[in-house]
Each structure stands twice: as C-alpha cells, then as structure tokens.
Design a binder for this molecule. Structure first.
Ligand SMILES: N[C@@H](CCC(=O)N[C@@H](CS)C(=O)NCC(=O)O)C(=O)O
Length: 235
C-alpha cells in the first residue's frame, strides 16, 4: 500500500520570471511539468513509495521555461529530471528504476527473473506503443489503434493479478500516464472505447484508479483533448 494517503498540495509552477531553487544543497528534487506523461511516471513512483518528503517536486512551465533550467540544471531542457546526490539525471524509464533502487518504500520490481524479463520487454515496448497510437491519430484511427491496446490486453493475461507483473510494479506506472490520455482522446474524438472487448485492460485501469499515488497525479481531461486536437488534428 502507498505509504502516505495525505493529499499533497501541489507546489507552484516556476516560469521564466522565477528564481532558480538552490542546486546541489542536499535536497532531492524532481523537476517536472504537471501535464507531462513522462514526468508523471516518476511522480507516481515517488508517491507510491511514500517519498513526498524526500523528493521535492519542482514544477516548471514548459511553455515559458526558466532559462536557468537548461543553462544550469539540465542541458537537455526536458522533464523529468532528478537532482540527487549532486547530480542530475533524466529519462523517465531510467528514473523509475533509479528511484526504486535508491530510495525506501515498497520495491516496485519483483525478484522473479521471468517477471523481470517481461518487465524489460514491456519497458521496451512503451515507445512503440506510444508511436503506434500517436500515428493512428493522423491516419485511419479506429482501424490502426487497436493493435496497441491488444498488445496490452494480452500482456495483462500473462500473470495472475490485475497488473502487468501480477502485483503492481514500475511497468504499470510507465504505461498509465499514456493510457490515461489516449483513453480520453480516443473516446472524445473517435468514440473509440479502448476497454471494449478488453476486460483485462478495463480492470487494470479500474485498479489503478483506486491508488491515490496515481489518482493525485491525473491531469485535466479537457487539457488533453485541446492539446491533442491541436497537435494531431491541427484544430
Ligand atoms: N525520453 C524522455 C522524454 C521526455 C519529454 O519529452 N518531456 C517533454 C514534456 S512531456 C519535454 O520536456 N519537452 C520539452 C522539450 O522537448 O523541449 C523521457 O522519457 O523522459
């Protein structure tokens, strides 16, 4: 179970006019953007492990980014990035594993080698999954998108339990931010229900929605609809 069920007040977003927080002063910071699905993966992991007091959120306004972020913090100029032990690291999938391995709280990858192997397979598939769905938005969506969700449905059948590895793990946190957005957009614009005919996927989403560590990170559905309409449909 998540170690903390106290709802966190979201820190204020920093923009180009904001002063840089101290760097390498011993505080662990997760530089983030509240609407970013990559950053959300790490945010959920931090919450689930009960690290709200150990890893401070530093939310940025990506549209009006502070110059110090690229210059002094993370030259890639992307989120998420983690400041820990006098260094900055990025890449959400690497950060999931890093946070799991370097901090206290429930372990989010099982020891079982079959499950670990499957976890790696699923981490590798995340990019393909996202690309398949994004490119379907520009094509014959309803025809093209099913294959990506069928992959998840069959992956969810592999182990007993509602999650990809049976029990909850980093794999669930790697996928849910994207599935959350795709479900909203596909339903709204294409009247496509990703859970129809996919009972395991339906249960997986339902189970995740019972977990505060995730629910607290969810974004505004309207923002997703507007953003994707603009980005993929030119509307
Ligand atoms: N591969 C990176 C992707 C991160 C990413 O693309 N983040 C977006 C926000 S959702 C970003 O920072 N974009 C800013 C930019 O590209 O300038 C990861 O997994 O962490």
């Amino acid at each position: 179970m998540p170690a903390s069920n106290v709802k966190e007040i979201r820190p204020q977003v920093l923009d180009s006019t904001s002063e840089q927080p101290p760097l390498f002063d011993g505080t662990t910071r997760l530089y983030t953007y509240y609407e970013c699905p990559f950053a959300q993966r790490v945010w959920i992991t931090r919450n689930y492990k009960g690290l709200q007091d150990k890893i401070k959120l530093v939310p940025l306004d990506l549209a009006n980014r502070p110059a110090w972020y690229k210059e002094k913090v993370y030259p890639e100029n992307k989120v998420p990035a983690l400041e820990h032990d006098n260094k900055i690291t990025g890449e959400s999938l690497d950060l999931l594993k890093y946070v799991d391995a370097h901090f206290e709280g429930p372990a989010l990858l099982p020891n079982d080698s079959t499950k670990r192997e499957f976890a790696e397979e699923l981490f590798t598939y995340t990019d393909t999954f996202n690309k398949t769905v994004f490119s379907s938005f520009k094509g014959d969506t309803v025809k093209e998108v099913g294959v990506a969700f069928d992959y998840l449905e069959s992956a969810l059948q592999k182990f007993e339990g509602p999650f990809f590895l049976g029990e909850i793990s980093l794999v669930d946190f790697a996928y849910i931010p994207f599935v959350e957005r795709f479900q909203i957009f596909l339903q709204e614009v294409f009247k496509y229900d990703i859970t129809s005919g996919r009972p395991k996927l339906a249960t997986w989403i339902e189970e995740l929605n019972k977990i505060d560590a995730y629910v607290e990170t969810k974004g505004d559905p309207e923002h997703v609809i507007q953003l994707y309409k603009k980005r993929f449909l030119g509307q």
